[in-house]
Design a protein around this ligand. Structure first.
Ligand code: NDP
Length: 249
């Protein structure tokens, strides 16, 4: 069996850059039509849109902040109007606001939880309504190695990504009998703007903690997501797949 997503429609959140952009492109390469969600970054998202169109796939641009429930509902309605169905949801939108726990403000804590955890909950709730009608679907949530191991200076981020794991397993249990699988991918350190923000010293320290001795690429994550979204992964649900060069083993 070859990996194909022909005839499927995928919504990818935070698809303007980094991992989300690569996931959208890879799902399109395997044949899916794509709904590209973004918050800002108009030029980058239009470039992604062009690339997907060049692959011969349909693409819909949806500007929406995933922390806004009303906007998330509108985005899913727009998706249904355009494509009639949702086969794949990738909850990728995420932020960091790092600080030591003793210095972390309530705003820093809430902003990260709102985007990474509540945003994922909103999107699952809105999209699964349609998937339940179809009695089929694939939901893939971006967690993180930090949600598994914890990380000094990232109490908000680690709590949100650990929360994503609990959310994934609960949703997987609720939807298992309805043909919908729900899994999480837990990236290690991947070359994107999010990790570029880390100081040279922190990057060097992290490299020493990665058994494979290198950061991952956005493609490493996108290929795993494509597999989980495909029929090849039909019997996998409620799992957390680490893609981290061995960090969390
Ligand atoms: P980037 O910072 O490069 O990109 C994040 C994307 O999410 C941006 O396009 C951003 O849009 C979007 N986004 C943020 N907040 C919202 C929101 N409220 N609504 C809609 N979109 C939003 O991150 P990465 O590509 O590195 O990370 C992608 C995912 O992978 C995240 O969930 C992250 O936590 C996770 N991850 C990343 C790791 C890494 O090493 N890079 C490691 C482990 C997990 P905008 O720019 O407009 O705000």
């Amino acid at each position: 069996m070859n990996l194909t997503l022909e005839g499927k429609t995928a919504l990818v959140t935070g698809a303007g850059k980094g991992i989300g952009r690569q996931i959208a492109l890879t799902l399109a390469e395997y044949g899916a039509d794509i709904i590209l969600n973004y918050r800002s970054l108009k030029a980058d998202i239009e470039e992604t849109q062009d690339e997907i169109q060049r692959l011969g796939r349909k693409v819909l641009l949806c500007s929406c902040d995933v922390t806004d429930l009303k906007a998330v509902k509108q985005m899913t309605e727009q998706g249904i109007q355009e494509f009639g169905r949702f086969d794949i949801l990738v909850n990728n939108a995420g932020i960091t606001k790092d600080n030591l726990l003793m210095r972390m403000s309530e705003e820093e804590f809430d902003a990260v939880l709102d985007t990474n955890l509540k945003g994922t909950f909103y999107c699952i709730q809105a999209v699964s309504k349609q998937m339940l009608k179809q009695r089929s679907g694939r939901i893939i949530n971006l967690s993180s190695v930090s949600g598994i191991l914890g990380n000094a200076g990232q109490a908000n981020y680690c709590a949100s990504k650990a929360g994503v794991i609990g959310l994934t397993k609960s949703a997987a249990r609720e939807f298992a009998s309805r043909g919908i699988t729900v899994n999480a991918v837990a990236p290690g350190f991947i070359d994107t703007d999010m990790t570029a923000k880390l100081s040279d010293k922190i990057q060097k320290d992290i490299l020493e903690r990665i058994p494979m001795g290198q950061f991952g690429s956005t493609k490493d994550i996108a290929w795993t997501v494509a597999f989980l979204a495909s029929d090849m992964a039909r019997y996998i649900t409620g799992q957390v797949i680490s893609v981290d060069g061995g960090m969390a083993m």
